[in-house]
Ligand binder design. Structure first.
Ligand code: GLN
Length: 205
């Protein structure tokens, strides 16, 4: 079986933690900083970090358009926290001029929990992942304020506020599974990529 090639966008943020989880799941991991590296992977993680910085660096390094093209072209992508912000079609409370890559038909509020609650942890039921609940760590986290018709809510807080979504092969979470040893979201990505690569290979005959 050929390894599943998955990239981690490595412009800024907690790149190493994601690379470790993906490697533990058996993926062939590439740190993606340039368009050529993006061309070598079949799936991508957008890490947590600072979305406004990742946005600026992606434009500086000529990565914004290739990333948008990859997403539009159907590449499976998983974004955590800042990565969710980057995947959102619409954001509120961005810095002046902040752009996203888009792909998820959602509105995401950046730093939604305010400065009072900088970070917190909670257990979340995620029916798509089954038992046990996900121990979720939120760090200056965003919230999904609105979802379009094609968007599935994967998890919400007790008060109903949405913190994990999926639309086709795009997944976004407000929280950071990569810091708690939670592998199931990344496993969804790896499985999706593996299935797509095998389907494409079968179609070629
Ligand atoms: N607040 C950060 C942002 O705006 C996200 C924080 C995180 O990724 N942990 O991008």
């Amino acid at each position: 079986m050929t390894a599943t090639r998955i990239g981690v966008l490595a412009l800024q943020g907690d790149v190493r933690e994601h690379a470790k989880v993906l490697a533990e799941l058996g993926a062939d991991v590439t740190l993606v900083r340039r368009p050529a590296e993006l061309g070598e992977v079949d799936g991508l993680v957008l890490p947590g970090g600072e979305s406004s910085v990742i946005d600026k660096l992606s434009r500086t390094f000529g990565m914004q358009q290739p990333l948008r093209d990859a997403i539009t072209g159907g590449m499976p992508v998983y974004g955590t926290c800042a990565g969710l912000i980057l995947l959102a079609d619409r954001i509120t409370d961005g810095i002046a001029g902040q752009q996203t890559l888009g792909g998820l038909d959602v509105t995401v509020q950046r730093n939604a929990f305010g400065s009072q609650v900088d970070s917190f942890e909670t257990d979340l039921d995620v029916p798509a992942l089954g038992d046990p609940p996900v121990h979720a760590v939120f760090i200056r986290a965003p919230l999904v304020l609105e979802t379009g018709p094609g968007v599935e809510t994967l998890a919400a807080l007790d008060d109903g506020r949405i913190v994990a979504v999926r639309q086709g092969d795009l997944i976004g979470t407000s929280f950071h599974p990569e810091v708690t040893g939670e592998h199931r979201f990344h496993a969804l990505l790896v499985e999706t990529v593996r299935a797509r690569v095998e389907a494409a290979r079968d179609a070629r005959g």
